[in-house]
Design a protein around this ligand. Structure first.
Ligand SMILES: [Zn+2]
Length: 753
């Protein structure tokens, strides 16, 4: 035996043992609570089972189960029965929501040649559920308005605002035309919104093979990518205005709710819009003439991409059945033994566009494995200290209906009780993606350090960190990733059920899932099913287990910690970064306008243009003023200082000789900590969209999924509303000052008498 081992026999045993290194104590647990927490976590992580996850997916994705469908209802009942079988206190809460489905869909090329689009996906003999045609929803976009138009076609690339600036330079106007946009570049709902604002009469959206078809890889069924008849369904509601049922903004869509008239619902599109396959898009695009599309606009179809307008002329007709259907949320609770009125909420949706193996069942099976495992622990006599709530939402695909209506209905109770919301919309193979409220970074890092990556047998934290270092484009990003113990959490925009929790109520939220090694092109098509998933995604369901282990460990830490494990230094760091970005954005806007106007003075655009091509002289921009962003900088500094002071107090509270706070004091402290995210909201909401109350994160009004941080200020800059920038900076600064005050309150509770 070596000297070291004689002096430290226990350590020598650890070093020689193949068992993993002892875990770091979880954040927020007093010494006397650590062992029990580590024990329950270990027991918990042994329980999720890939074979059960596989069976659950096979069951829940066996048939099309969209909102309002018989199979969707049966799935909700099945989930309810499992929760009850596992000993959870579960029920179904039903709302009545607007869900239009198509009665008539026509897309035809009427000039210069005739062609009628099939608007149907092909049944494949290799994929048994692709043949469930009687139960499948047709291919359509939810909350398109009814409408009919016959007009020349224009290709608008992704149909984002920048694309229209390009079109203007090409001398092409979409007024009175039908536009065809490809999927990608931003959220699909932005495409008809912008097209409508520009005067288009209709909008088609197709999946270009360059983006998720044969350009990317072998198509289904030979490979995972989108086949020529594959269509991406999806909602086109104007979700950046509000999510949920279009008829009941801000209130729960209960049976007796006061509903808007459909014509007054802001989130229904102004022009008809329909998604099509690349097989249906190709003849339309091939019939376009006019300017050749800019290089970045060209897809992978074997044609010369042209912009139009015409001579291709398209007839588009859409008629919907505007009915109310039940949305069934399944909600299950494990009541907390010490703080039953503090809730940790774990959710994901159960509805799909069709069979939805990947979206959403792969994320839901992880949640269900967590619930099954925690049920087993309860049976052994364990109870969480806070209440854990498991939710399976309906109607996510149409616009986060089930989660939004539930959040709106229970807003007061959630505001008082919710600690955090954890969402897992979709899971695959590869690297842990975790994003959301930055104060939760240590919870994410500590928990994911305890979970083994099924492929590389290192922790999922270690693998995700190394991936971030590998992907860093700039040396400073690489250095930052190396120096960071955990994973930087990126801000959440929208696209899943965290939105009403985070951005409407101000509840700290996370979205989790594995990915990066499971690319494909079946999103929202009939091919997102068990056959595809078990061939191309998490084929042995070991990542379903890893996601359950990671999500469940985070849930357990939040549910059991003596002091809620928020670390505001990470929130302060993120906000400081956003403030810096916004001031750089203001400078960039100013320099861009100066450069553009200088070029116009130099006659540069005219001189370099090809005289045989159409030329539109650009208009000079108004000069961009200087802004007063001091309120943002001051507030950000105040938050940074408050967070540092809280951190010192927090560390002191966990010193071995530190006195324990009284139960009363602990309750007040945890209430103050829960209130931090809430303090980043303002009741008045964001300019032009008061449903969104969070002043740090919002989905972009013209990006949809992608986040706009400090949205009130950033969007005033993006939309050139120069006169409003100072007022928005002052208001956002006031919100951040409020958050700093919240942290100071927590610090006083931790250090005071
Ligand atoms: Zn989903």
């Amino acid at each position: 035996m070596k000297l070291f081992a004689r002096l430290f026999p226990a350590l020598a045993f650890v070093a020689a043992s193949p068992a993993p290194a002892p875990s770091a104590p979880p954040r927020g647990f007093f010494t006397e609570s650590v062992a029990a927490q580590q024990k329950v976590e270990r027991e918990f992580r042994a329980l999720p089972d890939p074979a059960v996850a596989r069976d659950t997916m096979r069951r829940l994705a066996a048939a099309p189960h969209h909102l309002g469908s018989p199979e969707g209802g049966k799935n909700a009942e099945w989930i309810l029965a499992r929760f009850r079988e596992w000993g959870l206190d579960a029920h179904i809460e039903t709302f009545e929501v607007l869900f239009p489905t198509p009665k008539e869909r026509v897309v035809e090329l009427v000039e210069p040649v005739k062609f009628r689009a099939a608007l149907a996906e092909t049944t494949l003999k290799e994929d048994p559920t692709s043949g469930q045609t009687a139960q499948q929803l047709p291919t359509f976009n939810a909350y398109s308005t009814d409408g009919e138009a016959t007009a020349p076609l224009v290709y608008v690339n992704y149909g984002m605002p920048d694309d229209y600036e390009q079109l203007e330079r090409l001398g092409v106007d979409v007024k009175g035309k039908i536009v065809i946009a490809r999927y990608g570049g931003g959220w699909r709902g932005i495409k008809p919104k912008v097209a409508g604002e520009k005067g288009a009469l209709g909008c088609l959206i197709y999946s270009d093979p360059r983006d998720d078809g044969y350009f990317e890889g072998e198509v289904y069924p030979a490979g995972p990518f989108r086949p020529e008849q594959g269509v991406q369904r999806g909602s086109v509601a104007d979700m950046p205005t509000y999510s949920g049922d279009p008829l009941t903004p801000g209130i729960g869509a209960t049976h007796d709710a006061k509903r808007l008239d459909r014509k007054d619902a802001q989130t229904i599109t102004k022009i008809p819009v329909l998604p099509i396959s690349y097989a249906d898009a190709k003849p339309l695009l091939a019939a376009l003439e006019g300017p050749v599309a800019p290089e970045a606009w060209r897809g992978a179809l074997p044609i010369t991409y042209r912009v139009g307008p015409g001579p291709a002329k398209v007839h588009l007709k859409l008629v919907f059945d505007w009915k109310l259907v039940p949305a069934r949320d399944v909600v299950a609770k494990i009541e907390g033994s010490v703080w039953p009125d503090e809730w940790v909420i774990r959710g994901n949706h159960h509805d799909a566009w069709v069979n939805g193996a990947e979206d959403p069942i792969s994320g839901l099976v992880a949640l269900l494995e967590e619930a099954r495992a925690m049920g087993a622990l309860v049976e052994r006599g364990w109870r969480p200290r806070r209440t854990i709530v498991f939710c399976a939402w309906d109607g996510e695909e149409e616009g986060l209906l089930g989660s939004t209506e539930w959040v709106e209905t229970h807003a007061a109770e959630l505001t008082a009780k919710a600690v955090a919301y954890l969402n897992t919309d979709g899971n695959g193979r590869g690297f842990l993606n975790a994003n959301g409220s930055q104060a939760l970074e240590p919870v994410v890092a500590g928990s994911s350090a305890e979970v083994e990556d099924p492929e590389k047998k290192i922790s999922v934290l270690a693998r995700a960190r190394l991936k971030k270092i590998s992907d860093a484009e700039k040396p400073e990003d690489r250095q930052e990733a190396r120096e960071r113990a955990g994973l930087r959490l990126e801000a959440l925009g929208s696209g899943s059920d965290f939105t009403p929790f985070l951005q409407h109520l101000g509840i700290a939220s996370l979205n989790l899932g594995f990915g990066g090694e499971d690319n494909g092109g079946i999103y929202h098509s009939i091919y997102d099913d068990f056959t595809w998933y078990s061939r191309f995604a998490d084929t042995d369901f070991t990542y379903a287990r890893a996601l359950a282990q990671a999500g469940g460990t985070m849930t357990l830490r939040l549910a059991n910690a003596d002091i809620l494990p928020f670390d505001f230094t990470f929130a302060a760091e993120a906000i400081a970064k956003y403030v810096k970005e916004v001031s750089e954005l203001a400078d960039t806007k100013r320099k861009d306008a100066e450069e553009k106007n200088r070029r116009i003075e130099e006659n540069l655009p005219w001189a370099v243009a090809d005289p045989r091509k159409p030329f539109v002289a650009p208009k000079a921009d108004a000069p961009v003023p200087h802004f007063d962003l001091a309120p943002l900088l001051n507030a950000s500094d105040a938050l940074t200082a408050a967070a540092a002071a809280y951190s010192r107090a927090f560390d002191a509270a966990f010193q071995p000789d530190a006195a324990r706070p009284s139960a009363e004091k602990l309750a007040a402290l945890n209430a103050a900590l829960r209130g931090f995210e809430r303090s980043l909201t303002s009741e008045a909401g964001l300019p032009g969209r008061p449903w969104y109350k969070h002043f740090i994160y919002a989905p972009g009004a013209y990006t949809g999924y992608a986040v706009k941080t400090l949205p009130a200020v950033r969007e005033a800059l993006d939309q050139k509303r120069w006169g409003e920038v100072n007022a928005e900076a002052a208001q956002t600064g006031a919100v951040i000052q409020k958050a700093a005050e919240q942290v100071r309150t927590a610090t006083k509770l931790l250090t005071g008498p």
